[in-house]
Design a protein around this ligand. Structure first.
Ligand code: GLY
Length: 307
């Protein structure tokens, strides 16, 4: 695990802003540019929605859709396999008016964040799990696919390596993906999607779909998406903790740094976090070797990217 690493954006309050992460981990040097490129394309897509006056919710969702469709990330296509060699997906979407939708332990569907959006739009329940999530998805027109169709060569190779050796690299796909945004109407939103941890037990659910753990948004404070060791993140309610610091007017850069420091100190966990506050200010920090990211705002002509 690295020391806490943060980034400075060189931009402060913004009428609209968005930051994307491609997962905390230890992506090999030769793969980092590809991960950053995926985040950059997602940020550009989200920014186009915000620039046109669209909502933070639509922007965060669109960015995560692209990351889910990109097989280099551990979300949607390219997701990690569990010990049975199957894909089980977690995703959540929340906006600052406290509308939320999430799915967990979802069998293979191409875009879990779209299903989370359908849950949010329906507005009856917040979180559907496993067979219930599958039934909800089918009732709303989504088509189940297969683990084979959604498994990248890298994910399959990782599974084989881990089966044979009991060990594998944490960093092959980075990790969970996420996006947080603030729109020009002053609303915020957060979206997170993941295949979960490598070789998780069937039925294991991580932090991503749990409001306040991996994902949270509140127009009176800001929005947050986490990545990293889900069991540690959920024990600390890390998203809600960071959001409460934003509510007290802590700068998102300071809140991000403090959140991952607490993750390491109290839960011995590793991971990363992205934040936007109600004024459009951004924050990002990680304890891991890498976390690919991209950010844009009305003050940036080009995305700011890195890992
Ligand atoms: N942070 C993703 C997971 O632990 O599932």
């Amino acid at each position: 695990m690295s020391d806490v690493v943060t980034f400075s954006w060189g931009a402060d309050e913004a009428s609209w802003s968005i930051v994307i992460h491609g997962g905390a981990g230890a992506v090999p040097m030769e793969a980092r540019a590809r991960h950053v490129e995926g985040c950059k394309l997602a940020a550009i897509a989200g920014a186009a929605i915000l620039r046109g006056g669209g909502s933070a919710l639509d922007a965060a969702q669109r960015a995560v859709e692209l990351l889910e469709d990109d097989p280099v990330f551990n979300a949607g296509t390219g997701a990690a396999l569990n010990t049975s060699g199957e894909i089980e997906l977690d995703a959540a979407l929340m906006d600052g008016s406290l509308r939320a939708g999430a799915v967990c332990a979802l069998p293979p569907f191409v875009s879990p964040i779209k299903i989370a959006r359908a849950v949010l739009d329906e507005g009856v329940h917040v979180l559907y799990a496993a067979a219930g999530a599958e039934a909800f998805a089918k009732e709303h027109g989504f088509v189940r696919t297969t683990t084979e169709a959604m498994t990248s060569a890298a994910a399959r190779a990782q599974f084989v390596t881990m089966k044979q050796s009991g060990k594998g690299s944490e960093g092959w796909a980075g990790g969970t993906v996420g996006a947080v945004a603030r729109d020009s109407s002053g609303h915020v939103a957060a979206a997170t999607s993941t295949g979960g941890t490598f070789m998780k037990q069937p039925g294991r659910v991580g932090d991503a779909p749990l409001l306040g753990a991996g994902t949270y948004a509140d127009d009176e404070a800001g929005a947050c998406s986490n990545t990293g060791h889900g069991e540690s993140v959920m024990k600390l309610c890390m998203s809600k903790t960071a959001i409460e610091w934003l509510r007290q007017d802590m700068h998102p850069e300071d809140a991000a740094r403090a959140a991952v420091a607490v993750l390491a100190r109290r839960a011995n966990g590793s991971g990363g976090i992205i934040l936007v506050d109600r004024r459009g200010r951004l924050g990002l920090a990680r304890t891991t070797d890498t976390m690919s990211f991209a950010a844009m705002s009305n003050q940036h002509a080009e995305p700011i990217c890195g890992s």
